[in-house]
Design a protein around this ligand. Sequence first.
Ligand code: FES
Ligand code: FES
Length: 176
Amino acid sequence: MSATPQGYASHSIHLTLNHQPRQLDVLPWTTLLDLLREQLDLVGSKKGCDHGQCGACTVLLNGKRVNACLTLAVMCDGADLVTIEGLASEEALHPLQAAFIKHDAFQCGYCTPGQICSAVGLIAEGRAGTPAEVQEMMSGNLCRCGAYGNIRAAIEEVLQNDSATQAEPQFVEVRA
Ligand code: FES
Ligand code: FES
């Protein structure tokens, strides 16, 4: 714990962020979303509502999808955190990223990082088996452009491939 210039105590946390160990000093009221966007310049996670209603800030905390705007940064001590910036490898997109491109599953793109992180969490949960279940379990991620049909098509394709192979996600080669 250390004192900030304003005299407030900050807390030291250790976490794995996008596969890299990090030590960070955070104020007790700083949200994970503000930590990512304002302190770490990881602006892929979006601030749509800042109170848990839109899903634009969805990230993966210990493999589970959470709203970063409702999560305090100090709660992430010891966590494994993955944001949209950490999904692709250096050579290839994550299968969901490739599927979103293939199915044209975005218009303005503002909701897209949250949609993709949420879909990664959804598939890892292993509970969605039908299009109706995908729709219900993605209902926390809003799209003001109304691209829901194409978003669902992208997720369903990856879900079906995942179910068929029962394997680790296959990365898809990026083509120019
Ligand atoms: Fe977090 Fe909307 S910004 S749910
Ligand atoms: Fe614009 Fe979803 S693509 S908000």
